[in-house]
Design a protein around this ligand. Structure first.
Ligand SMILES: NC(=O)c1ccc[n+]([C@@H]2O[C@H](COP(=O)([O-])OP(=O)(O)OC[C@H]3O[C@@H](n4cnc5c(N)ncnc54)[C@H](OP(=O)(O)O)[C@@H]3O)[C@@H](O)[C@H]2O)c1
Length: 303
């Protein structure tokens, strides 16, 4: 049974790491490391299935599989650069972070030149779904590397995987960005439909009946969060606006480089930028509802 290290204990990283430690068929504790080391020490103290590594080097050296769940491209690149100074031949790196599709290939090339393997593994679903092991992972990389990580995926940390075996690594990142575009645009439409309903006098409950009956998936829960006012609560598990802006900028770059105009993305980004400006980067993605309300003469808060 391979040994695993988990690097990055942010909101979703910690949730997935806990499930890995709890549910994976492992013989040794998961080695955990975080830039702010106290987070790793605090987490490891909660379970004998996790052990805080003394350093990033300690975590990487003692594991066969190293999972990364980090804020952005710069964080992934700096961690991989530090790991590449060590003896990593034969080790597998799995990147669950959301990065620009080109970034994963750069990391894979660095590691391949010193005998290690890298797979891209972006996450669909937020923290609440991660806690319940209901996220979906997109896996891209060599098929033998995907097979090495497979025992730690379905029913351990996620409900499902989309496997892109032996396909270019960047396809995982591309799918993540295109998928998010679909999700973010759906949220934009839901917010606009809610504002329209309020202005024309269609009761909330009536709109909710339509969403429940006709749009399966997360829309019903999102609409409930709009109607209850949870969209403006900074303490919920919903993805922060800073994350949406990061992902929109990657997608915008891909679209522009390929001569594609994404009008729906422009609209979501404008609302997200406004929320970021007015409410700060910790505001939640669903807070674009408040921005759309203001644009239409309603107060940001709905209660
Ligand atoms: N949260 C979600 O709903 C969600 C959903 C899907 C995908 N994702 C993606 O998953 C990744 C992690 O998300 P998250 O919610 O856990 O993010 P987060 O709460 O912001 O945590 C970011 C993590 O990255 C670490 N980090 C930042 N810069 C670093 C650096 N230069 N070197 C080393 N470590 C660094 C942070 O360490 P410190 O603790 O020291 O700051 C922290 O562990 C992101 O790429 C995100 O886009 C998130």
């Amino acid at each position: 049974m391979p040994s695993i290290a988990w690097i990055g204990l942010g909101s979703i990283g910690e949730a997935i790491c806990k499930n890995l430690a709890q549910h994976a068929p492992l013989e040794e504790p998961v080695m955990v490391w975080n830039r702010t080391v106290e987070k790793a020490e605090r987490l490891a103290a909660t379970s004998d299935k996790m052990e805080a590594a003394k350093s990033l080097a300690d975590a990487v050296s003692r594991a066969d599989i190293i999972c990364l769940c980090l804020a952005d491209d710069a964080a992934v690149s700096s961690v991989v650069d530090e790991a590449a100074q060590l003896s990593v031949s034969g080790k597998l790196f799995v990147d669950l972070s959301t990065v620009h599709p080109d970034t994963d290939q750069t990391q894979a090339d660095k590691l391949q030149s010193i005998g290690a393997t890298f797979i891209a593994c972006p996450i669909f679903g937020g923290v609440a779904l991660a806690i319940e092991r209901q996220i979906t992972l997109v896996l891209a990389g060599p098929s033998d590397a995907l097979a090495r990580f497979e025992p730690f995926t379905k029913d351990v940390i996620c409900k499902d995987t989309i496997k892109l075996a032996d396909q270019p690594l960047r396809e995982a990142g591309m799918l993540k960005l295109v998928g998010n575009f679909v999700r973010f645009s759906a949220i934009e439409v839901l917010c606009e439909a809610s504002v329209l309903s309020e202005k024309i006098g269609l009761p909330k409950e009536t709109l909710a009946k339509f969403v429940g009956a006709m749009i399966s998936g997360p829309s019903a829960g999102q609409l409930a969060m709009l109607h209850s006012g949870a969209y403006s609560d900074l303490t919920t598990n919903i993805a922060p606006i800073s994350m949406a802006l990061k992902e929109n900028s990657y997608l915008n770059d891909l679209a522009e480089r390929n001569g594609v105009k994404l009008r729906a993305l422009d609209t979501v980004t404008a609302h997200a930028e406004r929320v970021n400006e007015m409410r700060g980067s910790d505001a939640k993605l669903l807070a674009i509802y408040g921005s759309i309300r203001e644009e239409n003469g309603l107060p940001f808060e709905n209660n």
